[in-house]
Write a protein that binds this ligand. Structure first.
Ligand code: FE
Length: 291
């Protein structure tokens, strides 16, 4: 007998939030939801056709103890960091950045014709990895495999496996799967998941439903958390249903969180603040970089 389907247990409409130097975005979940989404900490969706909503961007700021995953759907985000990386994240590109012991970076959206949109997901690091050497992965849209199922769904695989495809982001401690799924009108889609992993979906556009005890329709912009079980099954309504489907192994470790720094204990936050003030927060950097 196969495992029961995973059913939606919580729904999050997203809260309008002002972040960075004044970017209007929608926050799906954050520190109020700990530990519901463990090992995931935060999901922000930015999307606006008004440049005033995003041009202020996210000027130089620190991170420690987490991975930040930026997925640009449409538009461009310029970035730079204390590892010496800099460039532009374009439409369909992903930046998977492991802050480890500390990084200072900036993320500045460019003025975009039409709608500038994308996501930022924060993935927690296990205690043993929080002070590790920072690592940066920049992936272009062309490097992200796209699979078409027999039933006609298109699946971009950023991390984890789907069918014969494996996402280019590998070696992440919590073994994440990160898919961008488009189910055609009236179509259906199924993803087997690891037992014991946390699984959630965020509806990018369209409407449809997920099978289970709560199979009420999901709307664009909604984030849904699944309970235990085997597969996730989605059905599109009369329009195509596009959603992010994310899973990972929970850490079950204490979370101490202050802004862009997420550790396990309060004293580690105090130490991070002290190091920021003293100017020795960043442990690994390119010596030539000028901030
Ligand atoms: Fe950041």
């Amino acid at each position: 007998m196969s495992d029961p389907v995973r059913s939606i247990v919580r729904r999050f409409a997203g809260v309008p939030t002002l972040e960075g130097a004044g970017v209007r975005l929608r926050r799906s979940f954050s520190n109020n939801e700990v530990p519901l989404f463990d090992p995931f900490l935060l999901l922000d969706r930015f999307g606006s056709s008004n440049p005033e909503d995003y041009l202020a961007g996210f000027p130089w700021h620190p991170h420690r103890g987490i991975e930040t995953v930026t997925y640009v759907l449409n538009g461009e985000v310029a970035h730079g960091d204390t590892l010496g990386n800099s460039g532009v994240i374009g439409s369909g590109d992903v930046q998977w950045m492991n802050s480890g012991s500390g990084i200072i970076h900036q993320e500045m959206p460019h003025r975009t014709e039409g709608t500038m949109s994308g996501f930022q997901l924060w993935v927690n690091l296990p205690a043993r990895e929080k002070m590790s050497v920072p690592a940066y992965r920049g992936l272009t849209a062309a490097e992200i495999p796209e699979v078409t199922t027999d039933a006609g769904s298109r699946v971009k695989v950023v991390a984890g496996r789907f069918g014969t495809a494996e996402g280019p982001v590998r070696g992440i401690p919590v073994d994440p799967t990160y898919l961008d799924v488009t189910v055609p009108p009236g179509g259906s889609f199924e993803l087997p998941t690891h037992a014991g992993f946390t699984v959630f979906a965020h509806t990018v556009e369209g409407t449809g439903r997920f099978e289970g005890t709560d199979s009420r329709p999901v709307d664009a912009g909604e984030t849904v958390l699944f309970g235990p079980g085997g597969s996730v099954r989605a059905q599109a309504a009369e329009t195509a249903l596009r959603f992010l489907l994310v899973s990972g192994r929970p850490l079950h470790e204490p979370v101490a969180w202050y802004g862009p720094i997420v550790m396990n204990r309060q004293d580690e936050l105090v130490q991070a603040m002290r190091e920021l003030r003293a100017g020795d927060f960043v442990k690994h950097r390119r010596p030539t970089l000028e901030e």
